[in-house]
Design a protein around this ligand. Structure first.
Ligand SMILES: C[S@@+](CC[C@H](N)C(=O)[O-])C[C@H]1O[C@@H](n2cnc3c(N)ncnc32)[C@H](O)[C@@H]1O
Length: 312
């Protein structure tokens, strides 16, 4: 695929989430439900009217909660995003990976309490925002000022949507998987000492839909190796969309990006780091409740990569 060829997330083709086109980005509302016990059920949009008004930047200002006709309360995230981009800007679109990951984070909410969560390849930030509802701190990372500005904008709009009284608990910074150095210059998004300390102490990492290009997949897993190698044990929850294509060479439907990820993951699991970390992998059955509205196809996959240490 050419670098400047347009790619399109089908989140907005198949979902019922409402969208309004703004100046730079489209703004969409993603309704979701969180039950106190952590078990959730799928939402459907109900009959609410579009009630958006715009602020001075042209962004929609929307009500945060709605009661459905059946009296159930729904929450809403308002996410600014592009509808199509070139490959280098895919982070400006919202992908199914972040919706299923967000569902899983709601399911995991008790495990996030008092924890730092680091998101890799955050894009529009929907999963990081969801983590920020439950975690102590969230560090959302991606690459490039434009994407990071969008991530931060979306966090700013939504981080306190479940609790208006809470203290700001997120940071957005650049963490480039392709770079040898952890710290790379990106103006206000350059990693600070405080961020390094969060990266070192975080035990939960998340990544949504980052498996689509072999070179990036390898760089991503190398980054995972670096970030998870030091004790204590750490976990990465990663969602993927198994993208199927028909090739003449295979005369069959194949998922080359997913297959390459599995190949690299196998190599990671056979490696023991100098610090003694052993890597493990576990597929997470997609049986957890659906809280956001989207088409949960069987191609959407969740898995966990985690480390153990000989003495732990
Ligand atoms: C398909 S998008 C997924 C975005 C978001 N997680 C979601 O599911 O909607 C892939 C993400 O990986 C990020 N990415 C690509 N190359 C990267 C790199 N070298 N370092 C860090 N992030 C990168 C992109 O900017 C983009 O946000």
């Amino acid at each position: 695929m050419e670098f400047d060829e347009k790619v399109l997330s089908d989140v907005h083709v198949t979902s019922e989430n409402e969208s309004v086109e703004g100046n730079d980005y489209t703004v969409s509302r993603f309704w979701f439900r969180v039950l106190p016990c952590g078990s959730c059920v799928s939402t459907c949009r109900g009959s609410e009217e579009r009630d958006g008004v715009t602020d001075s930047d042209g962004d929609m200002v929307l009500s945060r909660r709605k009661n459905r006709e059946d009296g159930e309360e729904l929450n809403v995230l308002t996410i600014a995003h592009s509808l199509s981009t070139g490959l280098k800007d895919v982070g400006k679109q919202l992908w199914h990976g972040s919706l299923i990951l967000a569902d899983y984070l709601i399911h995991l909410q008790d495990k996030l309490q008092d924890k730092t969560v680091v998101e890799l390849g955050a894009g529009t930030g929907l999963a990081g925002i969801t983590a920020s509802f439950f975690a102590k701190n969230v560090l959302c990372t991606d690459v490039g000022g434009d994407v990071l500005r969008l991530t931060e904008h979306n966090l700013d709009q939504n981080w306190n949507c479940l609790n208006l009284m809470k203290k700001k608990n997120y940071r957005v910074c650049q963490l480039d998987w392709m770079s040898e150095n952890l710290v790379t210059d990106c103006g206000k998004y350059t990693i600070t000492e405080e961020d390094v300390s969060l990266l070192n102490t975080a035990q939960i990492f998340i990544a949504g839909d980052v498996v689509y290009d072999n070179e990036l997949t390898l760089a991503f897993l190398n980054t995972v190796y670096r970030l998870l190698s030091n004790p204590p044990s750490k976990s990465l929850y990663i969602s993927m969309e198994k993208r199927l294509i028909f090739t003449l060479e295979d005369k069959d439907v194949v998922a080359p990006a997913y297959d390459y990820f599995c190949e690299c993951l196998e190599a990671l699991i056979e490696t023991t780091s100098e610090t003694g970390a052993q890597f493990h992998h576990q597929e997470i059955p997609v049986t957890f409740p659906q809280c956001f509205t989207y088409n949960r196809t069987k191609e959407l996959i969740m898995c966990k990569i985690y480390t153990t240490f000989p003495d732990s």
